[in-house]
Write a protein that binds this ligand. Sequence first.
Ligand code: NAP
Length: 433
Amino acid sequence: MTTSHGTGPLRLGIAGLGTVGAGVIKIIQRRAALLTARTGREIEVVAVSARNRDKDRGVRLKDYAWEDDPVALARRDDIDLFVELMGGSDGPAKVATETAIATGKDVVTANKAMLALHGQALATAAEDAGVALRFEAAVAGGIPVVKALTEGLAGNEVQRVMGVMNGTCNYILTRMESAGLPYDEVFEEANALGYLEADPTLDVGGIDAGHKLSLLSSIAFGTQVDFAAVELEGIQRIEFADIEQARDMGYRIKLLGVTQMTGRGLEQRMSPCLVPADSPLGQLEGGTNMVVLEGDAVGQIVMRGAGAGEGPTASAVLSDILDIARGIRVSTFGQPASSLVKPVPAKAAAPAAFYLRMQLQDKPGALARVAAVLGEAGVSINRMRQYSHAEGTAPVLFVTHKCPRAALDAALAGMGKTGVVEGEPIAIRIEEV
Ligand SMILES: NC(=O)c1ccc[n+]([C@@H]2O[C@H](COP(=O)([O-])OP(=O)(O)OC[C@H]3O[C@@H](n4cnc5c(N)ncnc54)[C@H](OP(=O)(O)O)[C@@H]3O)[C@@H](O)[C@H]2O)c1
């Protein structure tokens, strides 16, 4: 069996030479002496793989062997560590990762989609083969949150993990606010700037951030990755009016991931939330990411930094590579894969206060009818605002007292029969951070 323990060079095979792969090679070439000084070993790239051999990637590749097929690269017996930077939950990334594990190589990947769907199987396979599988770069780019949870906070019972982990969504929401632009216009702008994935729903639908949240849940609560149970809601329905009115009430809207173990089971949500404007999460601007970790002994820790891009993501990949070079072996999800328990998903999220916006007909008694429907469902009103009238209707906002989401949904379902609410009301959870 090939092993990366030892004092000779750590020999890498890198599959994927795009933004992240090229970034990793740049650091290895530019900082060779530093990396060797820190690990006592040379970090040597032996072979690489990508689809197009002729593409200029801004890095020198001629010293490395080339493989057209990443699976052939994973199988080579002159590498110790397989670095998977191709992406995609299945297909070549998964087959090559399985091959590397089966042939005794350690694996480092940045692939959250693959781990969110196959993390348990891959971690088990790695453990059975006695190799490492690490993924610092898969969550929040340059922020070393995987290391913080698995190592730095290993002595804590984790209470809650929250995060803004999709820079594109945060860019869209903060740009809508600063420029006073509607969602569609900022979405197009983000697309033109190349900020969106080829399938934009991965970003704006919360899927990419949901993948990351499911990985953090596993480490935080010792559970098997359960992406299917993440309650997902994207930012597509957020209007400038919501952002403006939330701000008026001292909040900002973020696509926020929250995971916590409750008496009702594991709660995992990735959805737009209102957070206090003066909280660290509320102050987060542009494409930056933030992860908030809460442990019983440590209290709250806030980590903030670049969640994507060549340098930050490569920085995270190097962290894993250097751990392996140093002989530091940590289980993929912080404890042996065989000891991770299958989580019971919480059927409903913890009760919360909600922001409600609806378009109300300007008729006598309209407000009373809405208040009655809310009351019947057990939703009580904490604050209310009515904005200026336009063409016979007026936007009305409510902030509710804490209530179960089911009660709110029952109230929303009853709004149609009031005969005074136009269109679909918008409801956004207010998160206590
Ligand atoms: N970009 C970021 O900021 C970021 C942040 C965190 C995590 N990640 C993750 O890092 C991974 C890589 O992302 P990226 O942004 O670097 O992607 P990218 O720029 O699209 O690069 C992907 C690379 O994989 C190669 N590739 C794709 N399919 C292949 C195949 N079948 N055989 C061989 N090579 C193949 C491509 O080859 P060609 O170049 O020849 O087409 C390309 O070099 C993904 O899992 C992503 O989710 C990225």
